[in-house]
Design a protein around this ligand. Sequence first.
Ligand SMILES: Cc1cc2nc3c(=O)[nH]c(=O)nc-3n(C[C@H](O)[C@H](O)[C@H](O)COP(=O)(O)OP(=O)(O)OC[C@H]3O[C@@H](n4cnc5c(N)ncnc54)[C@H](O)[C@@H]3O)c2cc1C
Length: 340
Amino acid sequence: MPQIVENARLKELNSFGLDVTAKQLCIYHSPDDIRQLISQIGALTDKRILILGGGCNILFVNNFDGIIIHPNNSGISIESETDDYCLVKAGAGTVWDTLVEWAVERNLGGIENLSLIPGTVGASPVQNIGAYGCEAKDAIERVNVVSLTDGSTSTLTNTECRFGYRDSAFKHELKDKYLVDSVVYRLSKKPQFVTHYGSLSGEIEKLGGPSLRTIRQAIINIRNSKLPDPKVLGNVGSFFKNPTVDAAVAEKLLAKFPDMVTYPAGEGRMKIAAGWMIDHCGLKGYTNAAKTAGVHTQQALVLVNLGGATGRDIIDVAHHVQNAVYEKFGIKIEPEAIVI
Ligand SMILES: Cc1cc2nc3c(=O)[nH]c(=O)nc-3n(C[C@H](O)[C@H](O)[C@H](O)COP(=O)(O)OP(=O)(O)OC[C@H]3O[C@@H](n4cnc5c(N)ncnc54)[C@H](O)[C@@H]3O)c2cc1C
């Protein structure tokens, strides 16, 4: 049987640092663990389950009254290579940034712009993590999964994962049906650098010009200067998604708020920076009455556990922010974080 902890504390397994528990926590090492669990208790798809990586994008509002499966199968290996690229396989439990560091040290390109994103390899296809003009989908060759119905293993191609913006089939038709066991990335021996994003090129120049190492270091420097470290101030990065609206709605708002930050989002659609709207509601640094939870003082999109917050405290702050934005701009902003 796989290792199962009863009434497990999850404080170290969620980046908000919330002191919540799971009825059962199953530590996953290989597909055999799922098969043994199924033979004991039946198909997991009928049970209340949650696959939890680093918990860096999850808000637990309550204790979890079910089974949490936590992949702990770390490891990185080269599956095959040509003159142009390497196919690199990493276990779901591998810390994402360990893989990025491993790749950069071997001069393999494709994921360096995703440096320092917290969490695990297993979540990278689920979330299609992205930053600085790159997304995991650009490097994912295939995803090896285990069925939670019968424990069988199979492989999904990049296309079958149906990647979208911070989105994939794992959040829709494959949700709660498969556990990601490992991911195979195609990493280039002749990398194309992506350096156009925001202040990145300036930071790279300060480090001596573009290379995989300087891009990684520049991104680490920028992220460390901008985002709160979850080990110091619990958070899940951007708590809200940038809403997409009809171009006509955006134009009306731009007439009223000319400095509003917007981006084109396909035919007749515009994306509005949620952080800009939150900031313009005067909510940077907002805290609840108990001062346990609030909006980060530097980053309006980031909600923080100021110490001793409950999930309810965070969600109350989120609702306050959503209401204020709706009142001022008539726009509904939705959480990017997964609320459990
Ligand atoms: C400070 C900070 C900065 C961040 N910056 C970014 C950023 O720049 N870009 C970005 O994209 N994200 C960012 N994030 C969000 C977060 O890092 C990512 O969403 C990351 O992929 C979460 O990884 P995790 O292992 O913690 O996943 P979790 O939060 O544990 O899980 C996320 C989802 O994936 C599912 N899941 C996890 N592992 C598996 C598996 N093996 N099989 C099947 N399903 C699984 C879970 O069930 C859940 O639905 C940031 C977070 C923080 C705290």
